[in-house]
Design a protein around this ligand. Structure first.
Ligand SMILES: [Zn+2]
Length: 240
């Protein structure tokens, strides 16, 4: 079987280094895949790519449609064609759901695309605050992120599992964004409880990577002794 691959634009460590100016037109990202995650130019919102459309979740709590001409600093997408599904009818917290997905996926050393459509409680999402030059590293910027809890909500988790050895290129482990069915709320997920829902899972054969060609990228220091700890802090609830 010819498994699809993730198409990724830039690397997470470039964001960590404060490279928030976009390089990749959103329309090129969409041409590479109809499903995934990303972030807006100048960190203007978390992006959810679902069913071939880009939605931007911004720090004012709103969701708007992405602009196809916008240059994105980071995105990862896939042509979503799940090959397995699983119904959840009992409540599961985030840790419990992730443990289920890990068990159902079966191979922690490959990538998976993950979509969970369902009802959620206590959905805690965050959106970054739009940045202005001179940019500061992401670990500093995220101390100002906006967090919002949706008490009950119906929508979709959208994102990926990446093998641990890809930390810094991608986000190791689970990286899931959320968008509600009404397309009015969403963001990068920090915590939630699934009331009931359906997992759609797609194993992926690998990853293709496009790197920025900007002078800022050429001059950036992309790895430091604190890279791993910084990513873990930025991607989790303890970022605040
Ligand atoms: Zn994210």
């Amino acid at each position: 079987m010819n498994q699809p691959v993730i198409h990724q634009f830039s690397v997470v460590n470039a964001l960590m280094a404060g490279l928030y100016d976009g390089s990749f037109p959103a329309r090129e990202v969409l041409a590479a895949g109809d499903f995934g995650v990303g972030c807006g130019n100048a960190l203007n919102g978390e992006l959810v790519v679902i069913d071939g459309q880009i939605f931007r979740c911004t720090d004012d709590g709103n969701v708007t449609r992405g602009d196809p001409d916008e240059l994105l600093p980071f995105a990862e997408v896939v042509a979503f064609a799940p090959t397995a599904s699983h119904e959840f009818s009992a409540r599961l917290d985030r840790t419990g759901l992730e443990a289920w997905i890990t068990a159902l996926a079966g191979n922690p050393n490959q990538f998976y695309a993950i979509r969970v459509d369902g009802e959620f409680e206590h959905m805690l999402v965050r959106e970054p605050v739009r940045q202005h030059h001179p940019y500061r590293p992401l670990a500093e910027v995220m101390s100002t992120q906006r967090e919002m809890t949706l008490p009950t909500t119906t929508g979709s988790l959208v994102g990926f599992w990446a093998p641990p050895i890809f930390q810094g290129i991608s986000v190791a482990g689970y990286h899931l964004h959320y968008l509600d069915d009404a397309r009015t709320h969403g963001g990068h997920t920090l915590d939630y409880t699934l009331s009931r829902g359906t997992l759609h899972l797609q194993p992926l054969a690998g990853i293709t990577l496009r790197l920025p060609t900007t002078p800022a990228y050429a001059a950036a220091t992309l790895i430091s002794p604190t890279s791993d700890a910084d990513i873990r802090r930025v991607e989790s609830r303890s970022a605040r």
